[in-house]
Design a protein around this ligand. Structure first.
Ligand code: HEM
Length: 413
């Protein structure tokens, strides 16, 4: 295309606009991201008052520079608040900057190391197979409700020590919390109901745990201290809410996104079905190419200049993970293609720096197990693309309903 044609097509399209709540963007955010990277690498949305960074190096540097790009003003745009003034009821480590963040992170990081997670592989596989057993004789399933949503909720609840009977209610609350209204930054009633549901549950759970009869990570956290002080109730609640939401929503979407993407790339699906050792590479490519987490929010602690723009102290900045992971400057000319044989040395699917996803090893293991078992037990699964329904959120991308059919198999007993 000549330079003149490029200018004309830009003029016809008008200036690039990006609103993470616009449902029309959710089907293909990558077209807008492309324009942001090339035309407005420091983009300002004047209606909702936020900046975006979309180039790989910029997003990476912003994740690294927590002193300038603070998490203490909230990590989702709709939940932003003045830096250092967290919600009254619960305080999450994800909304703290080092050094305030460091002690809390240390408390829980040992639970989620690669070694600890690998010990859980058999249990994780058994959990996923229980859900596959529930549908395998029917020859049809709805991936989200039957498989990919209850599965990670069971895994994280078994780590936390939440009784089985309570998990379905928590899952429904967690799903509600992410729901958003088309184009609007306002948090809808249904999402507030979900959040209050989780809070109510864990306030009661913490009270019940005082008799020492329940075990699991929540009970362990009630026993520990940071610099000689026990965790406060808002800190304990913050951990419970963070683990349930972070451990559930992203992984639910990642497993379903993988099955949906593979179904649209039949050659790659055939390759990984024939050779399950390719599964970890598939998961890594999904995390890069179509990550369930599309952005994280930060608040500027000082004025800075980027790409000719002056960004002011207190401004909101969205670090567009989804855009950075498609940047040809980092991933070369095929950056916008899905390729399970790609082996990039790095991507930003789990963020970077102090808040790098605590559950990355667990998420990778859950993804590996779910895809290995699905391809082993229902290798001819077909997605009903006409009846899949998108889940609309601001920073999480995936499906609300993903129907599949397959040749019925037998339960493993
Ligand atoms: C595909 C699945 C997942 C994706 C894409 C994902 C993505 C992310 C990202 C991008 C961050 C960085 C947040 C920031 O910089 O503000 C993060 C943080 C976090 N993730 Fe994940 N995550 C996934 C699964 C999980 C799981 C299974 C857990 C379960 C424990 C988990 C727990 C956390 C926690 C606790 C943090 C905050 C860490 C901190 O503040 O130090 N995540 N995740």
């Amino acid at each position: 295309m000549s330079g003149q044609q490029v200018t004309q097509s830009r003029a016809a399209d008008g200036p690039v606009e990006y609103n993470p709540y616009a449902f029309a963007v959710h089907d293909d955010p990558y077209a807008v991201y492309r324009r942001l990277r090339e035309e407005a690498p420091a983009y300002w949305n004047n209606e909702l008052k936020f900046w975006t960074l979309s180039r790989f190096d910029d997003v990476l540097e912003a994740f690294r520079d927590f002193e300038t790009f603070s998490s203490a003003g909230g990590v989702a745009l709709e939940n932003r608040h003045p830096v250092g003034e967290p919600m009254a009821d619960f305080h999450q480590m994800i909304e703290r900057d080092p050094p305030n963040h460091t002690g809390l992170r240390k408390l829980v990081s040992r639970v989620f190391t690669g070694r600890r997670v690998s010990v859980m592989e058999d249990e994780i596989r058994a959990i996923f197979n229980r859900y596959l057993d529930g549908v395998i004789e029917q020859g049809a399933a709805e991936v989200i409700n039957d498989l990919s949503s209850p599965f990670p909720m069971d895994v994280i609840c078994s780590i936390l020590g939440v009784p089985e009977a309570d998990r379905e209610d928590l899952r429904l609350c967690s799903d509600q919390i992410m729901v958003r209204t088309d184009g609007s930054i306002e948090i809808p009633e249904v999402a507030m109901t979900g959040m209050f549901g989780l809070l109510e549950y864990f306030i009661a759970d913490l009270a019940e745990r005082k008799d020492g009869k329940r075990s699991g990570l929540i009970s362990d956290l009630m026993e520990v201290d940071v610099d000689g002080e026990a965790l406060t109730e808002p800190e304990l609640l913050g951990f419970c809410i963070l683990f349930v939401i972070a451990g559930h929503e992203t992984t639910t979407k990642m497993v379903a996104n993988t099955l949906e993407l593979l179904s649209r790339h039949p050659d790659q699906l055939a390759a990984v079905t024939a050779d399950p050792s390719l599964v970890p590479g598939v998961i890594e490519e999904v995390l890069r190419f179509h990550n369930s987490t599309q952005y994280m929010h930060r608040t500027l602690t000082r004025d800075i200049q980027m790409h000719g723009a002056t960004m002011r102290e207190g401004d909101s900045v969205l670090l567009l993970i989804g855009a950075a992971n498609h940047d040809h400057r980092e991933f070369g000319p095929t950056a916008e293609e899905f390729d399970i044989m790609r082996r990039p040395p790095r991507h930003l699917g789990f963020g970077y720096g102090a808040h790098f996803c605590l559950g990355a090893a667990l998420a990778r293991m859950e993804g590996k197990v779910a895809i290995e078992e699905t391809l082993r037990r229902i290798p001819d699964y077909r997605v009903d693309h006409d009846n899949k329904v998108r889940f609309h959120s601001s920073n999480v991308t995936g499906w609300r309903e993903l129907p599949i059919t397959f040749t019925p198999g037998s339960r493993e007993g």
